[in-house]
Design a protein around this ligand. Sequence first.
Ligand code: DAH
Length: 361
Amino acid sequence: MPEQITITLTALRRKAEDIRAELSLDQAPPAELTTKYLGKKGKFNELAKDIRLVAPDDRKEAGQILNELKESLEKQINKLTLEQDLAPEWTDMTIPGQPPKLGHIHPVSQAMEEVTRIFERIGFTRVRYQEIDWDHYVFEALNMPPNHPARDEWETFFVDAPIDKKFGKVVLTTHTSNGQVREMERLNSQPPIRMINIGRCYRRQQDATHTQMFHQFEGLVVDKGITIQNLKGTLDYFAQEFYGPGTKSRIRPFHFQFTEPSFEVDFSCHICHGTGLVDGKDETGKPAKVKCKFCKSGWHEVGGAGMVHPNVLKAGGIDPDEYTGFAFGWGVERTYTLKPGLNIDDIRLFYSGEMRFLEQF
Ligand code: DAH
């Protein structure tokens, strides 16, 4: 027998509204809500059955009411599911917090601090001069007049700036030797001077052993009666302090415009102790002395040094008949990579921002 009772659209709407309201207050987990409201025997289907009781002319609109109800139930349950997925189930307040990652000082800065401490212990004062300086301080006052061929050794970056009548062009400092005459001037040309100038330098060179920006440290000592012995003693002291007991320094004749005599400075290799040979095996596999791979000769060259040229003392207002001095200048990166245990063969890594490399120091 066909159903007799009819349901008005108003009644249907009210029922739909009731279901919606019920869901909005329901605390059950979303999975349960789906079964309860949208499942086969769920509340929506229960109501949908009632469409048979709606007068035939109203069925279309009744269909719309039911569609809207279904959509809004689905939407609401989806929203609750999403919220549940995102929310942590519970929070354990007793779990120790995650400590923030700690950084550390860059290895090159660490090396500069160590160099500073070593020289401060024997009375040197750390100074720092400009990275962008006049040609005068970088070359001319160091006994290199304009167009002197010795300038070619420094692959100079020139700054596009007005040329000064007295001081010449503006350059990026190619070495920390620009600090020599600046320090003499700072002290009103009054020795004693014991300076350690550490700063950035720039040259048009980039490969495994050169970066366009790098650091140097420059020593300068000026006083009465300073001799090569003082220079050699200072080098030996640094070698022992920086590389460890037993490390020796060696000076070899060389040429720099700003020192006379001039030297190249070497330090003994900590692996073969200056012999150039280590224990190994010959071609037949028998134990034998073989060439040290780290230094190949027993020594590592680190930089230059010498007795300050009289013209440089004069440029700084100091009388070379009364005073003498020595100077040296080395790359921080190069000096540092020779430390025992480091064995870094590409100094570009220092400036690569590569955390796996930097975190090791
Ligand atoms: N300025 C030189 C360079 O960059 C290194 C140097 C050599 C510095 C001899 C000195 C020195 O003070 O006496 O190659």
